[in-house]
Design a protein around this ligand. Structure first.
Ligand SMILES: Cc1ncc(C[n+]2csc(CCOP(=O)(O)OP(=O)(O)O)c2C)c(N)n1
Length: 289
């Protein structure tokens, strides 16, 4: 087991007291250390948002990109060197708002990336506007009369888009979250972990009190993770029970060849190991003169 301190930088997170991001950060580091991963073979790609600061707090390789573009950057990193463990980190606004199209294509492409979405159901960094996962009726700074649209259902969307590992965690249950993150990283293919993240400053609806009697672990309840139809049903259970039952755990898992396994240019040899010295670019470059 790698010492967890090896994954820690000197940067101190400036999140609000009680923010679920602290636990998520600790759970992910804990999973990395349990899996004995090496800091120099791990890359954390983050977007913009409170959770977008994550790449500053891991002493691994890291890249803080722009809002909504976690997955394009993570895709580039993974395609360059398939041996790296690549984690994408961002918020629900980043993932399911501006970055939604990337999310759907990443699911069906099945690159071996772990995507950790800090779903506080609100825009945190910009101080409390509606997000695509805010519940209908929720009053936010930008929806003073309540949200009109239906929320995005990330797990159902991921399953419908053929993601091969789909799970949900909760920021106040670190042992459970750590286990899911470790399993997701070990999974060969695209993994989504959507995490209910407490945001005491801006989300006054989905509080610890709200989650207390609603959450239950589907795996403990005997859910079959290979049953796609059932997984889809479970992914919509919260909305279909009017949020009386809100399942967490691993919903769906499938073994399928990854994008990198099938792409002829990289399946035998990492892109970073291709010889580039003898490539003549002069004709191409001449066109731009
Ligand atoms: C292209 C672009 N659009 C909008 C913004 C403004 N912006 C910064 S963070 C953010 C939303 C943050 O919400 P979320 O992604 O859910 O992350 P959180 O802060 O809640 O972790 C927005 C809209 C931006 N930085 N870049």
């Amino acid at each position: 087991m790698t010492n967890i301190q090896e994954f820690t930088t000197k940067e101190v997170p400036q999140w609000c007291p009680g923010c679920g991001n602290f636990i998520i950060l600790a759970a992910v580091k804990s999973a990395l250390s349990q899996l004995n991963l090496e800091t120099h073979n791990t890359v954390v790609v983050s977007g913009i948002g409170c959770s977008g600061k994550d790449s500053h707090f891991f002493r691994t390789y890291g890249f803080e990109g722009i809002h909504g573009r976690v997955l394009p950057v993570a895709t580039g990193v993974k395609l360059s060197n398939r041996k790296l463990t690549v984690l994408g980190m961002g918020g629900d606004g980043d993932a399911y708002g501006i970055g939604l199209n990337h999310f759907i294509h990443a699911c069906r492409r099945n690159l071996d990336i772990t995507y950790i979405v800090h779903n506080n159901e609100i825009y945190g960094l910009t101080t409390g506007q509606v997000s695509p996962t805010s519940m209908k009726g929720m009053k936010t700074k930008s929806t003073p009369h309540g949200v009109i649209e239906q929320p995005i259902h990330p797990l159902a969307l991921a399953i419908a888009s053929d993601a091969t590992f789909v799970a949900r965690g909760y920021s106040s249950n670190m042992p459970h979250l750590t286990k899911i993150v470790a399993e997701a990283i070990e999974h060969k293919g695209f993994s989504l972990i959507d995490i209910f993240q407490l945001c005491p400053s801006w989300n006054k609806v989905n509080t610890a009190e709200w989650f207390k009697d609603r959450l239950y672990d589907i795996n403990e309840a005997g859910h079959d993770t290979s049953d796609k139809k059932k997984a889809f049903e479970k992914a919509l259970e919260d909305v279909n029970t009017n949020y009386e039952k809100v399942p967490i755990g691993i919903f769906y898992k499938e073994e399928r060849a990854t994008y990198g396994d099938e792409l002829p240019q990289i399946k035998e040899k990492e892109l970073i190991n291709h010889e580039i010295e003898n490539i003549d670019m002069s004709k191409t470059l001449a066109r731009f003169k």
